[in-house]
Design a binder for this molecule. Sequence first.
Ligand code: TXA
Ligand code: MG
Length: 389
Amino acid sequence: MDTKIIKIDTKIFDKDVKFYEAALNEAASVVNSGGLVVFPTETVYGLGADACNKEAAKKIYAAKNRPSDNPLIIHISCFEDIYKYAEDVSEDTVKLAKKFCPGPLTFILKKKDTIPYETSGGLDTVGIRIPSNKIAREFIRLSGTAIAAPSANISGRPSPTRFKHVFDDMYGRVDCIIDGGNSLIGLESSIVDMTGSYPVMLRPGAISMEDILEELGIDTDSYEKFIKLSVGSGEKPKAPGMKYRHYAPSTQVNIISGEYEDVFKGVYDLIIESSYKNIGLIICEESREKLSDLLKDNDEMIILSNEEDKLFFEFNKDNCKRKVYAFISGKRNDGGAIASNLFDILRKFDDIEALDEIYSEDIYANDMNMAIKDRLYKASGYNIKYIGR
Ligand code: TXA
Ligand code: MG
């Protein structure tokens, strides 16, 4: 399949939306004739099709290799459109939308017949969100319909947050890709189920359950009943996507958790002790600084590259040569930076040949901590080693 690429300079777009109207109209007409368009959002890139067209929805599942029981989120350009696709929109939903939309928040609501079961994965509910990315909203508006869009990755791979990621996964599989640069947030939207008597978070994102409860004036010390992320054995997950392995590079990821100082020492010991192995690392900026100091004092270590986003080195000991590829997630507490880098880092490991193991420091961010941990832990298959006290 030929894939047309539309490149948008966000600086020009922000000043003059009309500049790209012809190009975005072309993308909209692809969707209107049942085709697939990858488009940028503030969370991750989406693989879009007309949400009301069942044949188009089926094409999404095929392009992603996605199991057909995993429902799609639909994207609209303004809140009023929600009434075209959803039933029983509660006052709480309206209140939350006023505060957080457009933005990285998806509501699960009872669906109307305008949304076919092919889009909703056979469910009577539908996920709806209004992206804050302006290119996305203009593209949706011009299409005149709702756009069904999962993340634009091959199923199981990390969601795409850079144009390169969608190009790698989707070129030749879709009719059009809109290149809007890097995703601002870098993790998928928070999903909140609004179909019950109180809101329940099914996937954490940039908007936390605390934010939501505060907005609704719900006072609580226990968040347990408001958050249903993973499920016990035999229980059917509320967000069907949660039962599938996610975000994983082809090499096993191991998480090292504990007090930060212990974690750093643990990671360093692993580097020194594991023989005959090439290692990938995810570490924070503070660890990069400490590690590069230690390397400087060690004759067996040769630094290959030491930059803002990576520290690569070679380790020669007992006639055994191996490499360590450390990627820097961001400053230890800077959730915004870590979120925007995480999927990019997870994907970069797949470009490295002969990688034997990946270790990641656990995440200790001030914001988005729950969302980042959720993705990182899933990438590791919950392979977490606690060390220290
Ligand atoms: O930020 C995002 O939400 C991105 C961008 C493109 O908007 N989209 C995204 O879609 O992450 P996807 O398909 O990769 O993840 C959607 C998740 C899946 O786990 C799915 O099972 C769940 O949402 N979901 C969708 N509709 C649902 C429904 N009606 N009930 C429960 N879970 C639902
Ligand atoms: Mg996804």
